[in-house]
Design a protein around this ligand. Structure first.
Ligand SMILES: *Cc1c(COP(=O)(O)O)cnc(C)c1O
Length: 416
């Protein structure tokens, strides 16, 4: 694991490392740290929120898949298991991470494509509603898709400009809502600051004016518990390669609340969304259930890796994962206070853990260069334009000591 020989040993560093060691010793999820592939030369991996690490079981699992499911069962595997996989995996994600009952979540496509499908469906749902609500600081794909759909459907975008650290508040949303609002679409966790939006209250505010509400769960699925069913969320999309460790380009998931099934129609009505896939009939009859969100053949190979991670989260429980996440980000903030604040580094995430997701963002004009040097030294956070470093702390694969080693490496790179 983390190579402590390369760690500085001044007093404040020693105190932080001691604290981290004690927290790791008391961590009920520490056994899972060994479930992930070792990365030689990596002292601290702080980018699990961009690309989660692979489980140790993956090489064998992939080999079994090639030898047995694909190589031996051949096309019979479609009937035996693969046809149902998008819905089965969706149900598991719903149960383990989303607070969603079965039959409302599917795995398919990419986040961008699924956002398009649901947003386009929402935009067409009620012709008297002519506005889409979007946040100016949201992830580019969300903003670009909103602009594209507004143009395509002749709608207007109402932009929210929230506080960059605290993120979207209910009042920001309420200020732009009206009986013209078709859809409010926001990120649950801000990909830059890590701010956690009040999903329940914002969803209620949208519903109070009769609008639909969609959540992008890319930075919250698998790390922050939520209750999509209980909170009445209409629709949600998220990716599986961040905290769900599905691997590069693994497909996304979409949730559509049961009350909209059969009513909302997604626009890419390929054969997998038809009522009877193999009828091969002359005209399109949409499936009445969640399968209507599919379009074409699912990427089965890319759905293998996330299954082991879902097992780990289920065994651990999402509440315990969140508890460890809070412990890691709190420690990162304490280490920031003593080691980085004196060097002029800004804290760009909420201080209150209750308002924060799984990553902590810090800012300094030298961070582009610092990040390059850290990567060369086996410490891997990610850089966010213009001058932010995100410390992404994926709870099952990241230790407290790794977190402190990362912060100390930032300090030493700044001092060098
Ligand atoms: C990572 C991320 C995406 C990624 O979309 P892809 O289609 O998978 O590339 C979308 N939205 C948010 C908020 C993200 O963090």
């Amino acid at each position: 694991m983390t190579d402590l020989a390369a760690v500085p040993t001044d007093d404040s560093a020693t105190a932080l490392l001691d604290e981290a060691r004690a927290l790791d010793a008391a961590d009920p999820l520490r056994a899972h740290l060994d479930a992930f592939v070792e990365a030689p030369g990596v002292r601290a991996y702080l980018d699990g929120n961009s690309l989660g690490r692979p489980l140790r079981e993956m090489p064998e699992k992939l080999a079994d898949f090639v030898r047995h499911d694909w190589g031996t069962r051949l096309i019979r595997s479609w009937d035996e298991q693969w046809m149902a996989l998008p819905m089965e995996l969706g149900d598991r994600i719903g149960r383990v991470a989303l607070g969603a009952a079965a039959g409302q979540t599917v795995v398919a496509d990419s986040t961008s494509v699924l956002i398009y499908k649901l947003m386009r469906a929402a935009a067409a749902a009620d012709p008297t509603r002519t506005e889409l609500v979007m946040e100016q600081g949201n992830f580019p794909t969300d903003r670009f898709l909103t602009e594209g759909i507004a143009t395509e459907a002749g709608l207007t975008v109402r932009w929210i400009e929230p506080d960059p650290v605290l993120g979207v508040q209910v009042a920001d949303v309420a200020a732009v809502l009206s009986e013209r609002t078709a859809l409010v679409s926001l990120s649950h966790i801000d990909y830059r600051s890590g701010a956690l939006a009040d999903m329940r209250a914002i969803t209620e505010a949208g519903h109070a004016v009769g609008a639909l509400v969609m959540w992008d769960l890319c930075h919250s699925a698998g790390v922050v518990p939520m209750q999509l069913d209980d909170w009445g969320v209409d629709m949600a999309v998220g990716c599986t390669y961040k905290y769900l460790n599905g691997g590069p380009g693994s497909p996304a998931f979409a949730y559509l609340n049961r009350r909209h099934h059969g009513a909302l129609r997604q626009p890419i009505q390929g054969w997998w969304s038809a009522a009877d896939i193999f009828a091969m009939g002359p005209e399109y009859v949409p499936a009445g259930d969640i399968r209507q969100l599919l379009s074409g053949t699912p990427p089965v190979t890319s759905m293998l890796a996330m299954q082991g991670m879902l097992d780990l989260i289920e065994q651990s429980t999402i509440d315990a994962v969140r508890q460890k996440s809070v412990s890691l980000t709190d420690l990162a903030v304490r280490a920031y206070d003593t080691e980085l604040a004196p060097l002029g580094v800004r804290l760009l995430s909420p201080r209150d853990a209750g308002l924060r997701g799984g990553h902590v963002t810090i800012g300094h004009p030298d961070f582009r260069d610092v990040t390059r040097r850290l990567w060369a030294d086996g410490v891997i956070p990610d850089f966010r334009f213009p001058d932010g470093i995100r410390l992404g702390l994926s709870p099952l694969s990241t230790s407290h000591i790794e977190t402190v080693v990362g912060v100390l490496a930032v300090r030493d790179a700044l001092r060098a």
